[in-house]
Design a protein around this ligand. Structure first.
Ligand SMILES: *[C@@H]1O[C@H](CO)[C@@H](O)[C@H](O)[C@H]1NC(C)=O
Ligand SMILES: *[C@@H]1O[C@H](CO)[C@@H](O)[C@H](O)[C@H]1NC(C)=O
Length: 241
């Protein structure tokens, strides 16, 4: 093997071992969405914590490993004399960037935990904090199950009256979780209902489960909603998949 070929192969291995993973946001909604990102575990935030994503637009963001955090989409946003606010999933920063704040529920969430050393990642779409916009998360380039987790349904259109969040025009703009609305242990899976056996699905979580079986609808949702992928996949998060 000549030195040039050896050098090229070494480089290829180096990049294969440490190749950069990204999370790409795609907006297939007929309306603009303002994604928010939040890093957990008091680690540094990603290169962006919030941005505008118009209909049909894409944006890729580098995703480190190990890393754990969440993504959501704000809707109905506007700038009112220098203060940026959204009618759903607002992060309270007053700016397009969320700067380390999470989104106010109800908000559809994508949660991702990436593993160091090409280990096993976990990810899902979660309706545990309610629903505001249809979302999916799928993987690219990993190995293993790597199933897509998704809540493509318009949960707002099927939201029971007692969980509805309405906009100024009276339209349902988000659907609260029963935990947020009623704050009862049987809906929140908090003590004394803080075990899988003492916190079965409720009539409310079943509404979410039936509309979006490929998403987590409550704290102890079934194992069918466990999504794993190994070897440093990249992710695509789609609004209105
Ligand atoms: C869910 O059950 C509660 C009582 O457990 C009842 O008051 C409520 O109307 C039910 N809601 C729906 C949407 O079925
Ligand atoms: C999990 O998925 C399998 C196969 O898709 C299905 O047969 C089973 O009923 C599901 N279990 C639950 C609890 O939904």
């Amino acid at each position: 093997m000549n030195t040039q070929v050896f050098f090229a192969l070494t480089l290829a291995f180096l990049f294969a071992g440490t190749h950069a993973a990204t999370v790409t946001f795609t907006n297939k909604c007929t309306y603009t969405v303002w994604p928010g990102t939040l890093t957990g575990d008091q680690k540094p935030q990603l290169s962006t914590t919030g941005f505008e994503l118009r209909t049909g637009a894409n944006r890729a963001v580098d995703l480190p490993a190990p890393w754990s955090g969440r993504f959501w989409g704000r809707t109905g946003c506007s700038d009112n004399s220098g203060r940026f606010t959204c009618t759903t999933a607002d992060c309270g920063s007053g700016q397009v960037e969320c700067n380390g704040n999470g989104g106010a529920p109800p908000a559809t969430l994508v949660e991702i935990t990436t593993a160091a050393n090409n280990g096993q990642d976990y990810y899902d779409v979660s309706l545990v904090d309610g629903f505001n916009v249809p979302m999916s998360v799928s993987t690219q380039g990993g190995t293993g199950e790597c199933k897509t987790s998704s809540c493509p349904a318009d949960v707002n259109a099927n939201c029971p009256a007692e969980l509805q969040l309405k906009g100024a025009d009276g339209n349902v703009i988000a659907c609260k979780s029963a935990c947020e609305q009623f704050k009862e242990p049987k809906y929140c899976c908090t003590p004394p209902n803080d075990k899988p056996e003492t916190c079965p699905p409720t009539n409310y979580s079943m509404i979410f489960e039936n509309l979006c079986p490929q998403a987590y609808s409550y704290a102890y949702d079934d194992v069918n909603s466990t999504f794993t992928c190994s070897n440093r996949p990249s992710y695509v998060i789609t609004f209105c998949p």
